[in-house]
Design a protein around this ligand. Sequence first.
Ligand code: ADP
Ligand code: MG
Ligand code: MG
Length: 206
Amino acid sequence: MNAEGFAAWVRHAADLVSADAERLTRLDAAIGDGDHGHNLDRGFRAAVDALPEDAPPGRVLVAAGRAIVSKTGGASGPLYGTALRRAGKALGDAQDVDAAGLGGALRAALDGVQDLGKAAEGDKTMVDALAPAVAAYEAALAGGSDLPGCVRAAAEAAARGADDTVPMQARKGRASYLGPRSVGHLDPGASSTALLLRGLADVTGE
Ligand code: ADP
Ligand code: MG
Ligand code: MG
């Protein structure tokens, strides 16, 4: 996957987020403050505007992450921005990223989210989509899958992981203020993580 592939993902992710912004915001209205879709929409538009020319994949992701940190409000901006910057740093100066390289970037993104947000699996956050996605990616890689196959496995696991947040009680972020009343709702950040990984599968799938 080259720099144009990563830039294509950022542009496609921005389109998916924009199309889904109302739904994500509605999810956040139920257990948060009703801004998640609009936060991410603003951030991904800024990421598209910040895409560098003639830069390797790592720099594409770092630039997108910086733009998201600076333009996305709320908890999710620093978390997604950190995820992208850490993923970009993990890619280094490689011009072409293979399946193992992308797996390392995804693992670095998860580590970045957890270093910053301190959420574990089961806390009803984006980690509940991202952690199973990274695990599924690594399992597919170990099983000999190619990059599109690994990404597909990750996207499917993220979607299941997001669905699994419904019965959870939130222990991190704004939703945790609701205590047991957060049970029975899909976590907006887990849902957006699943969306972003579906977008990656769209651009890497043949
Ligand atoms: P805010 O809650 O500040 O308005 P957003 O609405 O944009 O921010 O994002 C909310 C989402 O951020 C939640 O649904 C959750 O998935 C994620 N989130 C919040 N806190 C954390 C955390 N500490 N670690 C991981 N994800 C978190
Ligand atoms: Mg919110
Ligand atoms: Mg907010």
